[in-house]
Design a protein around this ligand. Structure first.
Ligand SMILES: *[C@@H]1O[C@H](CO)[C@@H](O)[C@H](O)[C@H]1NC(C)=O
Ligand SMILES: *[C@@H]1O[C@H](CO)[C@@H](O)[C@H](O)[C@H]1NC(C)=O
Length: 327
């Protein structure tokens, strides 16, 4: 597909943690596909500190609405728009617009969120601890703020902090629709497969073998490319085996092998899915045969739904939604 290793984005990461001398894998799942949340909520799930007049009700804050504005436009910090997502969602970013075709928009804002009614509100902050997000620079072009780290929240508030003409805003939250659980502790048999941690985040071969099992992956493409990095890996099919589970009958599991080659010093596995597996959860077995110095530090896939962290401008809404939703 002409994509180079440089464009390969890290998505399948796994972290080792050593607790009580038992090696475990932190099964923090990776999001590989997003969907817009606010467009689909009922009006009753949106609320606000106040409304300017009947034209600016909270439900107008959907992308397709006219925008929400409080009755304290000169003191926007006192106002907020809030959504109740009805359950805890894993949220990767926020998109904002101004009032359609009118010169009114929020130029900066902050986000507060909480997991339930009992918890206190948490302020979203970027890596520098800055809680102010850059907003829009005109009324119509959507701006995405891709969060530093995904947040887990049922309730989310947008608090305007600065604006042009009037703090009118439409918004959208991007919720994780598809997950990968890179590895879970039960996938790893510490006795037979993993001996110890060589350096941060690396798995060392035991008895010259590393064996990992990824479960519940999904993709809408029929080819996935993985890149493996580590030490003393041999990028040939016998030594580095990547297989997609095809069927299991009793305790016999059949895997279809992915083609493994060396690209830019990393082992690359090219896996072809059957048409019937596209969009369905599937499992992958990774087996590495090495020696005493072999370790595996990272597994990456070329999936990066939201793009770079921080603010970016969305020029083509339909293409954007398609891109973030299908990996
Ligand atoms: C925080 O971010 C906002 C929006 O990008 C920016 O205007 C502001 O200067 C930043 N504040 C600090 C202290 O870096
Ligand atoms: C708000 O934005 C205006 C320009 O749009 C700027 O002049 C003003 O300093 C900003 N206020 C704050 C508090 O950042």
């Amino acid at each position: 597909m002409g994509r180079t290793n440089a464009t390969m984005k890290r998505i399948l990461l796994f972290y080792l943690s050593l607790t009580h001398e038992i090696i475990g894998i932190d099964a923090s799942c990776q999001c590989i596909g997003y969907e817009p949340l606010i467009i689909n909520v009922r009006s009753s799930q949106l609320s606000a500190s106040s409304v300017r007049n009947d034209n600016y009700f909270p439900e107008q804050s959907k992308r397709t609405g006219n925008g929400w504005c409080s009755d304290t436009p000169d003191n926007p910090l006192q106002s907020y728009i809030e959504v109740d997502l009805m359950e805890i969602k894993n949220i990767g970013g926020i998109i904002t617009w101004g009032k359609p075709r009118q010169d009114q928009f929020v130029t900066s804002f902050s986000i507060k969120y909480r997991a339930d009614e009992v918890n206190t509100w948490t302020d979203y902050a970027d890596a520098d601890g800055n809680t102010t997000l850059p907003g829009n620079y005109n009324q119509d072009i959507p701006v995405l703020n891709n969060f530093q780290e995904n947040i887990l929240a049922q309730y989310v508030r947008l608090v305007p902090s600065n604006f042009t003409k009037s703090p009118t805003v439409r918004w959208e939250l991007l919720g994780c629709a598809e997950y990968i659980h890179p590895c879970s502790p039960q996938d790893i048999d510490p006795e037979s497969s993993v001996q110890g941690i060589t350096s941060e985040n690396c798995i060392r071969a035991r008895n010259n073998l590393i064996r990992l099992h990824y479960t519940g992956l999904t993709t809408h493409l029929n080819v996935i490319k993985f890149a493996l990095s580590g030490h003393s890996l041999i990028c040939k099919n016998y030594f580095t085996t990547f297989g997609i589970e095809m069927k299991s009958v009793a305790c016999k599991v059949e895997y279809k092998m992915c083609e493994v080659t060396e690209v830019d010093g990393k082992c690359q596995a090219l896996c072809n899915l059957e048409q019937s597996q596209v969009g369905q959860p599937f499992n992958i077995l990774l087996m590495i045969i090495g020696d005493d110095s072999t370790d595996l530090c990272m597994v990456e896939a070329d999936l990066s739904p939201l793009g770079p962290r921080g603010r970016s401008v969305i020029h083509d809404w339909d293409a954007f939604i398609q891109k973030i939703g299908s990996v």
